[in-house]
Ligand binder design. Sequence first.
Ligand code: DX5
Ligand code: ZN
Length: 225
Amino acid sequence: MVQIAPSILSANFAKLADEIQRVEVAGANMIHLDIMDGHFVPNITFGPPIVASIRKTTSLPLDVHLMIEDPDAYIHSFVQAGANWISVHIETCKHLNGTLQLIKSHAVKAGVVLNPATPLSLLEEVLKLVDHVLIMSVNPGFGGQEFIPSTFEKVERLRKIIQHRGLPVKIEVDGGIGLDNICDLMRRGAEILVIGSQIFGTADPAATVRKIINLANRCFGEIQA
Ligand code: DX5
Ligand code: ZN
């Protein structure tokens, strides 16, 4: 089954504990945290101290998406703050093998992120080292952007590569996801869906999470049939 990872980027930051509580009770599987530095992406969010505060509000795994230059310098701090999954952009890593080893040395899940224009071929040597690959379905930096349709085909190709190599790597997709494209993404092989504005931008985020889970269950049944 697919896992739902609400991204708090579109939540009310003054009421984060409440916002997270609501989606947790509704059945979300993890909380996705977007870390932006104003350099790699044209937006700034938050760092380890806020992650440490969030850690105290939920028992769900924290899925930390680093959109920052020089991620190596901050990995230890994010682990200390309570990150359970850490994903680094392949575009930011000069020594990706070393970065992945560093993440794994902290016994957290390690993932690589690919921007929409970054080819799957760059995964060749690192696929066996990661727990997950995060495919961006928008250009990173902001919530509420439109889903890039070529992502469907990219996810499908990645799933085939992973299957062919017999690896236990999970496929996560992030950006522009909502009720209209969840089933198609699942059909192509997406296993973790990051959803921001189409959860926290709705009047009742908890009800929306439940709606998403119901839809995903139905799609799962159809795919199995
Ligand atoms: C974008 C972030 C996403 C963002 C997704 O750079 O990585 O996690 O929150 O937001 P939506 O679901 O609104 O596209
Ligand atoms: Zn993200």
